[in-house]
Design a protein around this ligand. Sequence first.
Ligand code: UFG
Length: 327
Amino acid sequence: MKVLVIGGAGYIGSHVVKELMAQGHEITVFDNLSSGLLQNLFKENDFIAGDILYKDSLDKAFARGFDAFIHLAAFKAAGESMINPEKYSVNNITGTLNILNSAVEHNCKYMVFSSSAAVFGEPKYLPIDEDHPKDPENYYGYTKLSIEEFMKWYDKIKGLKFAALRYFNAAGYDPDGVLYGLEQNPANLLPIIMEVACGMRDKMKIFGKDYDTPDGTCIRDYVHVTDLARAHVKALDYIVKNNESLTVNLGSEKGTSVTEMVEAARRITGQPIPADYVERRPGDPACLYATSKKAAEKLNWKAEYSDIDTLIDSTYKAYQRYNKEHK
Ligand code: UFG
């Protein structure tokens, strides 16, 4: 299929592109490179430097004719979205409405969307399934939830078929080592651990040790970016084959605490990784993990690279390679 990947130069987007290429799809990447990297582009693919806030540039892109598109272009810092919601309204919501309008105008009616576990908010029960109540804790999560609603209306009115993929905690790097472009100013746990392991920062903070969990630190469901990428390919096949929209959770179904992650990183990297326990970070639920039963049933998907050792090892290799090249 001819597929437009919006946000395809980013961390998750580039891994999605790699998996789509492996299945023989013909790819064009659309990205404004605000957080995406030229380094993440493959020379085999077309690239359009464009911004989703300019509908004209989307119109020009969609006019090339695509069977489907994948939308991963969004800001994703939950904390920032509570300080600067305007940025998230404009980019995530207005930008997505531009995409939806341009796509349906150009008769491109299959869409895979990067949604998030942030749509659920504080868990009411575990593991979190697709029907769990949606009550986002932050504005970022609300933008994802509202986009899920927009897509349902465009399905009803315009026949757009979508797959909304609710990622839990995306982590890891391409196990083949082809993709190793690092995210700039990361705020997520594993990149921060890696910055300490590689001497890019002196030490890290562990936010809270008095949670109601076995070791007192927060538990999350870390899912490898290559597993997520493969789910995009399967979801695209599913919606095209069945002409039916789909919303699924994507997690490894395993909970890992912050302390477990830091200790595993010390073991795998052989680095001391100094860490201080500090106050809780506002808005962090104690424990979050998914059931991916629906993804298994509908997409024949399961996480294959999401064990902690592969997550850490693949990320460490990306950081080492980056640091070697940027000495
Ligand atoms: N953490 C630390 N120290 C750090 C960074 C993080 O202790 O320096 C802790 C956090 O407090 C949390 C855990 O590590 O307990 C994971 O934090 P992240 O910031 O990596 O991830 P979040 O769980 O907060 O959120 C991530 C994505 C969201 C997504 C969510 C879905 O950033 O976009 O997963 O589960 F919605």
